[in-house]
Design a protein around this ligand. Structure first.
Ligand code: ZN
Length: 157
């Protein structure tokens, strides 16, 4: 991904990619889903401990490119403590950001995830950036391990 993204963006993404946050399966996880992006080979499993409507704990595991890992790492930080509805709203904003549909999505709510705005210039990378989010959404909807999610069959927002 060298020179694909701005230097600052690249720095944040590389840092998260090298030292992903919440890279684990929370012991009390009661929701999980598995995601796969065949275009790049990224794999991501998301584990969530739901407490009513709230995401009490969230973690992920998997392997993939720097963008997919960094996005997963930051996604877990963003949605932890949020409700299902809030997480869905954040995903919608993030999706608009990385597909370049909504500049306003760069607002404070997305915080440092705004570094992914540069991804909108590289359509093949959008799937890398959204994989963890699609998987998170699938995990929220299923309390048992469902069929793996593929970015090629995931519904587009
Ligand atoms: Zn990727």
């Amino acid at each position: 991904m060298t020179a694909e993204l701005g230097d600052l963006y690249q720095e944040v993404i590389l840092e998260h990619s090298k030292a992903p946050r919440n890279f684990r399966r929370p012991a009390a996880a009661n929701h999980e889903a598995e995601g796969y992006n065949p275009l790049c080979g990224d794999r991501c499993s998301v584990y969530i401990e739901m407490d009513g409507e709230a995401i009490k704990e969230i973690g992920f595991q998997g392997s993939g490119c720097a963008i997919s890992r960094a996005s997963a790492s930051m996604m877990t930080q963003m949605v932890k403590g949020k409700t299902k509805a809030e997480a869905a709203k954040l995903f919608e904003q993030f999706h608009q950001l990385v597909t370049g549909k909504d500049e306003a999505a760069r607002a404070d709510e997305l915080g440092k995830m705004a570094v992914f705005a540069g991804v909108s210039k590289f359509p093949a990378r959008v799937k890398c950036a959204t994989l963890a989010w699609h998987t998170m959404q699938s995990a929220l909807e299923h309390n048992k391990k469902p069929e793996p999610v593929s970015t090629e069959s995931a519904r587009e927002l």
